[in-house]
Write a protein that binds this ligand. Structure first.
Ligand code: PLP
Length: 384
């Protein structure tokens, strides 16, 4: 059996090697490292894949979130509601911009932000909601858009983990994750579903005026050379990364389908085992299916309900099976974000999830032998 890796990107490279190597050679020959034709080409390709009017490439997903908030004109003191159970980047940029983060609890079935908790947290100062489409599946955008419309709030999707996923919106039929709210941010970190060979990110929006603002913000607030109209940042996707992403984008649906294949096999082996809860898919037919495309399994995350999650992590490590605990600490308990405004009892779901979750190896190169080895190891542990 091949050694099991949490993330394995080598097979993807083998398949696009010629294209990537030849694009790299051209970029090196032309020295078009910044803003070369590959960047514009990738932008257009992604706009068409997502069916969104504007993609604004930038340096990474964290920048993308920050730039989206700057472009919306959010001001210090404005409250921004987001999930307690996510990667810290989301809350970090809120705090960096001196906005007030308001963390709320998530739902136990999807790990995504709880619309009821959002409603409870709204005050006259609330200006935006940041749903994170965690682990590859959209948050309940219908409910979130309804709340946002009622209270006149912006919706900024953190789509770092769900690129390519569909969401069945009641009004508009199928929409791609990241094209549902006012603006979205994504990341092309190598391990994401669409990963570069370094850092990269992008912002998406259907709003022409906002897109224009964002294009200036990413480039030092410049709309005309050396005229700085707003305070901006320097955040660029470089040409080499764009070339990799351009080669990979036509394969994204295939990559996501391979992830779903692995997820389906994990679920088939583990569903119904006492003490183990397999992940739910809620936005489509309820199954892990390639027609709905509603879950792209950035992570395949189990809940271990018998109190032995940490022992399982160790057991798997002993068998040379890597795994991850995303995330081990709720954001409201992280030193940087603790605040008197929060009551621990407002986060019952997150507080439980951090004890129960375990993410299994997930990438496009897992084979049946590896998956069987992993699920056998889990079943063996649970039954002992
Ligand atoms: C990866 C990630 C980010 C940040 O992306 P970077 O490109 O690493 O800056 C933000 N939010 C979530 C949910 C992520 O998973």
């Amino acid at each position: 059996m091949r050694k099991i890796q949490m993330v394995d990107l080598k097979g993807q490279y083998e398949a696009i090697k010629e294209q990537v190597n030849s694009s790299f050679a051209t970029i090196l020959e032309n020295s078009s490292f910044i803003n070369g034709p590959e960047v514009h080409g990738f932008q257009k390709d992604l706009e068409s894949y997502l069916d969104v009017k504007h993609v604004i490439p930038c340096a990474n997903g964290t920048d993308a979130l920050q730039i989206a908030m700057m472009g919306l004109g959010l001001k210090p003191g404005d409250e921004v509601i987001t999930a307690d159970f996510t990667f810290a980047a989301t809350v970090e940029v809120i705090a960096l911009l001196q906005l007030t983060p308001v963390l709320v609890d998530v739902l136990p079935d999807t790990f995504n932000i709880d619309p009821k908790a959002i409603e409870k947290a709204i005050t006259p100062k609330t200006k935006a909601i940041v749903p994170v489409h965690l682990f590859g599946q959209c948050a309940n955008m219908d409910a979130i858009l309804e709340i946002a419309a009622k209270h006149n709030l912006f919706v900024i999707e953190d789509n770092a983990q769900a690129i390519g996923a569909n969401y069945k919106n009641n009004k508009d039929g199928k929409l791609k994750a990241g094209t549902i709210g006012h603006v979205a941010a994504t990341s092309f970190f190598p391990s994401k579903n669409l990963g570069a060979y370094g850092d990269g990110g992008a912002i998406f929006t259907n709003d022409d005026e906002l897109a224009h603002t964002l294009r200036g913000v990413v480039n030092h607030g410049m709309y005309e050379r050396y005229h700085h109209d707003v305070v901006g940042v320097n955040s660029r996707l470089d040409s080499l990364q764009a070339a990799v992403l351009r080669a990979k984008l036509p394969l994204l649906d295939t990559y996501n389908s391979k992830r779903r294949d692995a997820a389906r096999k994990y679920t088939k082996a583990l569903k119904g085992i006492e003490g183990v809860i397999t992940p739910e898919t809620v936005n489509g037919c309820g199954e892990i299916c390639d027609t709905c495309d509603c879950h792209v399994f950035h992570q395949y995350t189990l809940k271990i309900t018998n109190g032995k999650r940490d022992a399982l992590v160790k057991h798997l490590a002993d068998k040379e099976i890597p795994c991850g605990v995303y995330y081990p600490i709720p954001l409201h308990k992280q030193k940087a974000y603790v605040d008197d405004r929060y009551n621990d009892s407002d986060f019952p779901v997150t507080n439980q999830l951090v004890q129960q979750v375990i993410s299994l190896p997930m990438h496009t190169e897992l084979d049946d032998e590896q998956i069987a080895y992993i699920t056998d190891a889990i079943i063996g542990f649970i039954k002992n």
